[in-house]
Design a protein. Structure first.
Length: 350
């Protein structure tokens, strides 16, 4: 008997390992999954979704445009046609992103207005484990005086010293989504006192979010004097832009550690440099910056108490496996006319 249900063409728009492509194809026979890696940018590292510079021949470009025009679903945004994607992929109904923080990108490109019938879903939750581990690594490095250990080792210098431990220390997490909750769970295992900051906290149970306290963002500055470590995981929205400046940094206790894995636009970098230079902050671990790549003349590069990470804290060689898990689950929901996970709110930008 012929299956009369609708068929859908899924176009994979960034490099994906063959085993994950096979998993997507196995979801349902109604899916026509198209993957032509010769038309895509070659990855520079595992789970690279932008890839090396791409130069298609005229014939290859014509073929790619044909695939875009026939696609109903895109796995990832097409990096080769950012500006004209709405025109070339006019039949697309759903785009599954490989990143969590796509709100500002969708706003900047005008996709929400230019593709009003398209549903955008994020990779929320996929990067929770590696990002939480990055924060944990950072707290341990500063607590155990890793930089001093490396410096002394390089000088073949033996001098005992005392670090600290994390038990009983207060961790304030601004942004208690999937990443924030995973970090809170890990920190609780180290017996830290964890304060979670969310937009709305009324009626929420702190224990269900793995924190000891829940604080509304409207009063988050009141907890800063207790923060041994402050971690920003919030998305970049109109409300969060410039969230941390000189006033907020001054409220932190002397010797506090600052970690940003949210977005660089949340922080006044000049004020952060001053707080680090003066010794008010003992250190900072930064994966995101106001300008990326971080300009070579930024003082952050040379500061001995700063970790500069090239927006790579979320990246793991297992990332594509996890994104494929999410995409396959969402494909089943899509085929069953069910609600998709991680739908982007184009007004709130997350």
């Amino acid at each position: 008997m012929v299956d009369a249900r609708p068929r859908y063409r899924v176009l994979i728009a960034s490099y994906l390992e063959a085993e994950h492509v096979a998993r997507i194809r196995a979801v349902d026979p109604r899916l026509d999954v198209v993957y032509e890696p010769t038309l895509l940018a070659e990855p520079r590292y595992p789970a690279d979704h932008k890839g090396k510079p791409l130069n298609r021949s005229d014939a290859e470009e014509a073929r790619w445009r044909e695939l875009l025009s026939s696609a109903d679903i895109l796995f990832d945004f097409d990096q080769s046609h950012i500006e004209d994607l709405p025109d070339l992929a006019a039949n697309v109904r759903w785009i599954q992103a490989t990143s969590s923080g796509i709100g500002q990108f969708v706003r900047r490109t005008g996709y929400a207005e230019r593709m009003p019938e398209v549903c955008f879903t994020t990779a929320r939750g996929v990067h929770a484990q590696p990002l939480a581990e990055f924060c944990l690594m950072s707290m341990l490095m500063f607590g155990k005086k890793f930089f001093r250990i490396r410096e002394d080792q390089g000088r073949k210098h033996w001098e005992r010293h005392a670090g600290t431990d994390l038990a009983g220390r207060t961790l304030v997490i601004v942004g208690l989504g999937a990443v924030g909750q995973e970090l809170a769970r890990m920190a609780a295992a180290l017996r830290m006192h964890v304060v979670g900051v969310k937009t709305q906290v009324e009626g929420l149970d702190p224990a269900e979010h793995h924190v000891d306290e829940l604080v509304a963002v409207s009063s988050w500055r009141d907890v800063l004097p207790r923060a041994d470590t402050l971690v920003l995981i919030a998305p970049h929205t109109d409300a969060s832009e410039g969230l941390v400046g000189a006033e907020e940094l001054a409220r932190l206790p002397r010797g506090a550690v600052f970690i940003n894995i949210g977005r660089g636009a949340l922080v006044d970098e000049a004020a952060l440099v001053e707080a680090l230079s003066s010794g008010h902050l003992s250190g900072a671990s930064l994966d995101v910056f106001a300008t990326e790549p971080l300009p070579t003349d930024s003082p952050l590069w040379a500061m001995p108490n700063v970790v500069v990470s090239p927006h790579s804290a979320s990246t793991s060689e297992r990332e594509n496996e996890r994104i494929t898990d999410l995409f396959c689950a969402n494909l089943r929901r899509f085929l069953d006319d069910g609600p998709l996970e991680n739908v982007l709110d184009t007004e709130r930008l997350y």
